[in-house]
Write a protein that binds this ligand. Structure first.
Ligand code: ADP
Ligand code: MG
Length: 332
């Protein structure tokens, strides 16, 4: 199977272009027509075998995850997904792999109305790079995008989840694969699904426009990603470790782990794709309806302060050392 057959068979579909997509796959460029009064939000994320995913993961899950991590960036900006491109390096044209991968990718793309409009295909070590394009309204000359830079002293800090999903789930699964812990079923199946098939919080991101003062999606670990908000907003924060970990302890329904271990999974686990956001206390009354409408649980975990730095406190309000390092590709 040649390169062009491969593209035609697995990635080019005869779906009509949407409102925003004037031209999809097949020419030198795709053409997007942003609606009047909107901005394009653009983000790209790369997944490399052995680095971002285990070689044992199913191609279908990988197709899902490759797009999910990108949609999560749009969610963090409060952008509505429009389209994506796919750059793919493949060791060989494995039809079963391509079939599963494209099925997983398109299932999630269709669920979010995100058209695949182009890409590049080459032979090489398995690497997947997706670029997503989303739409954000501009109101009275002001972008409605949620940024990392908008947190203000006095704001509350929240992390998203659901009644079953919590930051730390994905890392828990990774620790099982590494052999450092074991989990009973169905806890392992759930943690594994959270690692391999994360749910981008797109609806939540959209609902937080005009409500949240800043947002980021958790890819490298809750506290590390929150620190990006603090730096960009030139503020500090205090986070109550207990408020992050207590709920995980109940959803994980296992007593084998120490408090310290649970806190580590939740605060620095990574690969969560939940949203961390800040909002002024005046937004507290609006958040329950947003949580209900988006089927999420929004946990208040701390507050933004003028004093720079990240301070952690325990259930008694006593200071806790921050030794929850988050993931960094270039640190060993
Ligand atoms: P070019 O020579 O300009 O790089 P290609 O011949 O690589 O174009 O690709 C032909 C068409 O197929 C282009 O429209 C390109 O965007 C699209 N395409 C290539 N690879 C993929 C892919 N993996 N997924 C989706 N579209 C792709
Ligand atoms: Mg090309």
């Amino acid at each position: 199977m040649g390169e062009f057959d491969l593209i035609a068979r697995y990635f080019q579909r005869s779906t009509p272009p949407g409102d925003a997509v004037a031209l999809g796959i097949g020419d030198d460029c795709a053409l997007l027509t942003p609606r009047a009064g909107t901005q394009l939000a653009v983000s790209c994320d790369m997944l490399v075998e052995g680095r971002h995913f285990l070689s044992t993961v199913s191609p279908e899950a990988l197709g899902h995850k490759a797009l999910a991590v990108n949609l999560s960036d749009l969610a963090a900006c409060g952008a509505q997904p429009l389209a994506c491109t796919l750059a793919l390096a493949l060791p060989r044209a494995d039809e079963a792999w391509l079939e599963g991968f494209s099925r997983g990718l398109f299932a999630l793309a269709d669920a979010h109305g995100c058209a695949l409009i182009g890409g590049d295909t080459t032979q090489g070590p398995l690497t997947i790079c997706i670029t997503v394009f989303g739409e954000v309204p501009v109101v009275n000359g002001k972008s409605q995008a949620l940024l990392r830079s908008g947190a203000q002293a006095g704001d509350d800090i929240y992390v998203s989840g659901t009644t079953t999903d919590h930051v730390g789930d994905a890392r828990l699964a990774l620790e099982v694969f590494r052999g450092s812990i074991s989990l009973p079923e169905p806890a392992f199946a759930h943690a594994r699904a959270r690692m391999e098939r994360p749910t981008p919080r797109v609806a939540l991101g959209l609902a937080l426009r005009g409500v949240a003062s800043s947002a980021i999606d958790v890819s490298d670990g809750l506290l590390g990603d929150l620190s990006h908000i603090l730096r960009r907003s030139r503020v500090g924060a205090t986070v109550a470790i207990n408020s992050v970990a207590a709920y995980a302890r109940s959803t994980w329904a296992t007593s084998q782990f120490s408090d310290k271990f649970v806190a580590g999974m939740c605060c620095a686990g990574g690969d969560d794709y939940e949203l961390v956001f800040t909002a002024p206390p005046s937004a507290r009354s609006a958040l329950p309806a947003i949580a209900a409408a988006t089927r999420t649980v929004l946990t208040r975990i701390g507050s933004i302060e003028a004093q720079p730095g990240l301070r952690l406190v325990d259930a008694q309000g006593l200071g806790v050392a921050n030794d929850f390092a988050s993931f960094d590709h270039f640190k060993v």
